[in-house]
Ligand binder design. Structure first.
Ligand SMILES: [Zn+2]
Ligand SMILES: [Zn+2]
Length: 208
């Protein structure tokens, strides 16, 4: 069974999820944007074996801690190929916002739509959901969706950054609200939600 721990990290308050398979204790760290000490402490407290560092996209607030987490754990970095350019410029992006992050090392696993990544017995399917960035992904495991900066509770990620697209966001959003209503959303910022709740309350439903 998949367990999910949430840490809010960095100045832009990213949800970093430490996700693990209860049986094998293998873990994935989704979006280690900052607070590497907190992430490592959590891994140690739960005696987890970190296998994957999953980046839902390449923005600096989601990848700022990748270099250090990789150095400390040796876990494999997962990224969609279409966000490689943005990911490689994380340092420059951060500087433009007045922050500083370490340049993330090259990803180990480049994923695309339909690929699966696995921790122990828990496999997560990659959904390519461009719009906020060209290589944004969501990860689906049964009724759990890590929705990155694509869908938040009540809203969506900005589409006006470099590589963003409102048209692509519409398609990605439609796919997500087309998932079963009981699907639980774990977004990149803010509180959790469900697909059913977003169909009812998300403002973007009216923009499609
Ligand atoms: Zn973002
Ligand atoms: Zn973000």
């Amino acid at each position: 069974m998949m367990k999910i721990l949430d840490l809010v990290v960095g100045p832009l308050q990213v949800n970093c999820y430490v996700v693990y398979d209860e049986k094998s204790s293998e873990a994935a760290i989704v979006d280690p944007g900052d607070d590497v000490i907190g992430i490592l402490r959590l891994l140690e407290e739960k005696s987890l074996t970190p296998k994957l560092i999953v980046c839902t996209h390449g923005h600096f607030d989601h990848v700022g801690g990748v270099r250090e987490v990789k150095a400390e754990t040796g876990a494999s970095i997962v990224l969609h190929g279409d966000d490689l350019g943005i990911y490689e410029k994380a340092q420059e992006q951060a500087a433009a916002w007045g922050f500083s992050v370490e340049r993330p090392p090259s990803p180990d696993i480049i994923v695309a739509e339909g690929d699966q990544v696995r921790i122990g017995d828990c496999e997560m399917v990659v959904m390519h959901t461009p719009g906020h960035s060209p290589g944004s992904i969501c990860l689906l495991h049964r009724d759990i969706l890590f929705s990155g900066d694509t869908v938040f509770a009540g809203s969506i990620g900005r589409t006006d950054f470099s590589g963003g697209s409102l048209q692509a966001m519409k398609l990605s959003f439609r796919r997500i609200i087309g998932l079963p209503g009981e699907t639980r959303l774990f977004p990149g910022h803010g509180p959790t939600s469900t697909v059913a709740k977003e169909r009812e309350t998300n403002f973007f439903v009216h923009e499609l």
